[in-house]
Design a protein. Structure first.
Length: 122
C-alpha cells in the first residue's frame, strides 16, 4: 500500500520558511499522492482539495501495514515448511516405487527363459 508513496525533498524557501541553514531541505509527502493511497490521511481545504498530510496518523498506518506484511511472511514461512515436508515424503515414495519397478523388471527378465528348440521326431 505504501510502496507508491515517494517523499519529495523541498527547500525551505519553496515552503515560505527562512531557516537558519538555507541549504537545508525537508522531506514531505505530497497530499495528492497520499490521497490516492489513503484519503483518510489527508486534511482538505475549504474547497475540499487535498491540503496537508496527517503525519501523526502516517506512522500508525505504516506500523499496521508492516504488521500485516509480517504476518503474511510468517504464514508463507509455515506454508513453505509444510511443502518441504510433503516434497521430502513424495521423494521417498518415488524412490521406493523406483526400487519396486527395478525388482519387477529383474524378475521379468529372470523369468524369460532362453528360447528352447523343440524337435519333433517322427
Amino acid at each position: 500500500m505504501c510502496v507508491c508513496l515517494a517523499p519529495k525533498a523541498l527547500s525551505h524557501a519553496s515552503l515560505g520558511h527562512r531557516p537558519r541553514n538555507p541549504i537545508a531541505r525537508i522531506t514531505k509527502l505530497v497530499a495528492e499522492d497520499v490521497e490516492q493511497v489513503n484519503p483518510d490521511l489527508i486534511v482538505r481545504d475549504k474547497e475540499g482539495k487535498p491540503y496537508s498530510v496527517r503525519y501523526d496518523q502516517v506512522n500508525a498506518m505504516l506500523l499496521n501495514e508492516f504488521l500485516k506484511e509480517h504476518r503474511t511472511v510468517k504464514e508463507q514461512g509455515a506454508t513453505i515448511a509444510q511443502l518441504k515436508k510433503e516434497i521430502t515424503s513424495l521423494i521417498a515414495t518415488v524412490k521406493g516405487q523406483a526400487a519396486q519397478i527395478q525388482q519387477v523388471s529383474a524378475q521379468v527378465q529372470a523369468s524369460k527363459a532362453a528360447p528352447q528348440v523343440v524337435v519333433n521326431k517322427p
